[in-house]
Write a protein that binds this ligand. Structure first.
Ligand code: SAM
Length: 280
């Protein structure tokens, strides 16, 4: 099994290996669990600054300290735009943090979670409760298959589709393709909407721009919004909404139990800094 940690001066470090010119490193207390799945190397570690952390192929996916920012933003924003979502599909999201947020909506009847790698879900439910909440909700149905394949087989079915993918390398790459967004469009009902994580507009501007462009070619409405996620390279993170009908947050109030999202953030996350005005 490949080792993704290094010993430096007697300490164990995770050194992220996904970028040519930037290597973010975390000093670890311990490796909690580690498995090589059919798709990727899956590890839960305990880091000094960010607590328990999910790492896939040596790349940090979500941490106990800041995972809630990403998971709340990728779920509550689209659910504040769609006025009456009942059937939600989450693609990826094996840490279960997004599904945990969606499950806070009583009116939602079905949450289909399509994750390619069952090992991620198994380890997060057991060893990463700060993110997964040990999710156990009868409305959540797991489908362990490729999200690309799953959307092709479903038409006119979902109110909201949340694409909570890993970065566009390995199994996650297919979830950034234009054909995939076209299939997502078909899987949505006539008034449905989708959201995807569209990487850092600071460090991955070309991926953010490409994703925003592709979604704009398919959906009548598209919108980019941002949040700061400290452990993601670039920190400033983007999400792109593609919608067939609804495009504004119109809820009169927001009363879910959250740690990051509130009523003002839901409305203001669409205001973009000057250098991102091309995404307005
Ligand atoms: N919040 C994280 C981020 O932005 O880096 C990612 C969340 S989650 C851990 C991403 C999940 O997408 C992983 O568990 C991975 O196995 C899953 N995934 C990647 N490609 C997939 C595919 N083609 N179909 C379904 N799930 C996929």
């Amino acid at each position: 099994m490949t080792t993704y940690t290094q010993q430096i001066n007697g300490d164990t470090w995770l050194v992220e290996n996904d970028r040519d010119n930037l290597k973010i490193s975390y000093r670890l207390k311990e490796i909690i669990a580690e498995e090589q799945s059919e798709f990727q190397h899956v590890m839960i570690v305990d880091s000094y600054d960010f607590g328990r952390t999910l790492v896939l192929d040596g790349v940090v996916q979500t941490t106990s300290a800041d995972g809630h920012i990403y998971n709340e933003m990728i779920t509550h924003v689209p659910l504040a735009i769609h006025p009456n979502a009942k059937k939600v599909l989450i693609i990826g999201g094996g840490d279960c943090g997004a599904a945990r947020e969606v499950a806070k909506y009583e009116q939602i009847e079905t949450i289909d979670q399509v994750e390619i790698d069952q090992t991620v879900v198994k380890l997060c439910l057991e060893y990463l409760p700060e993110v997964s909440g040990r999710l156990s909700d009868p409305r959540v149905h797991f489908h362990f298959t490729d999200g690309m394949k799953y959307v092709k087989e479903h038409q006119d079915e979902y109110d909201v589709i949340i694409v909570d993918s890993s970065d566009p390398v390995g199994p996650g790459e297919a979830l950034f393709a234009k054909t995939f967004y076209q299939d997502v469009y078909q899987a949505l009902k006539a008034d449905g909407l989708m959201v995807c994580q569209s990487m850092s507009p600071f460090l991955n501007n070309e991926i953010t721009a490409q994703t925003y462009g592709r979604i704009g070619e398919i959906f009548v409405h598209r919108k980019l919004y941002i949040a700061t996620v400290p452990t993601y390279p670039g920190a400033l993170w983007s999400f792109t909404i593609g919608s067939k009908k609804y495009h504004d947050v119109s809820i009169p109030s927001f009363e879910k139990q959250t740690k990051y999202v509130n009523y003002n953030i839901l409305h203001n996350c669409f205001y973009l800094p000057e250098r991102l005005q091309d995404f307005e």
